[in-house]
Design a protein around this ligand. Structure first.
Ligand code: FE2
Ligand code: FE2
Length: 169
């Protein structure tokens, strides 16, 4: 867990991105369960920051850019559309290209975003420190979001069953 001061530090690193209109579009796209891509990106940035405290020589500015923009692919992958097919395989490049186009990110940030879906993209292993931290932070956050989503669904099902029970009693 991060302290309030640390959270403020992360948000200061993200300030070049937070108000951008393309970034704000991520609020309308769902990542996992009911979590928007924007909130997912924030969680990955906080988690990456926490993990990076254990390592020396991490370029925090680049890590925060890569973490926050790693899913900057700008579409809802749940919507049936030909271009969203194979989302898992293609979105990392799309996000890296968008990050380069909109914010002119460095090659290190580009490569970290480009490689974050390894081993699904086996030819793009995370080769730098920031790429590894992003990869691990994303997996950790995604797993938690997916499990929380499933738990919520089960709770809703139980609630429905209980309501039915009351109605039929
Ligand atoms: Fe992703
Ligand atoms: Fe992600």
């Amino acid at each position: 867990m991060l302290h309030e001061e640390e959270k403020k530090t992360v948000l200061a690193y993200l300030s070049p991105y937070l108000g951008n209109e393309d970034v704000l579009k991520m609020k309308d796209f769902i990542q996992h369960g009911t979590v928007s891509t924007y909130d997912h990106a924030l969680s990955v940035a906080f988690t990456a920051y926490e993990m990076a405290k254990k390592y020396r020589g991490v370029n925090m500015e680049e890590l925060m850019a890569a973490a926050f923009l790693h899913d900057f692919y700008l579409y809802d992958w749940h919507e049936p559309d030909k271009s969203h097919k194979w989302h898992g395989f293609h979105h990392a490049k799309r996000a890296a290209d968008n990050a380069k186009r909109v914010f002119g990110v460095s090659d290190a940030v580009y490569q970290a975003i480009y490689g974050h879906m390894w081993p699904l993209n086996p030819e793009r292993p995370p080769l730098s420190k920031i790429a590894w931290i992003l990869f691990l932070a994303d997996k950790r956050v995604s797993l938690k979001e997916t499990i929380d989503g499933k738990k919520r669904k089960v709770a809703e099902e139980i609630e429905k069953l209980e309501e039915n029970e009351l109605v039929t009693q």
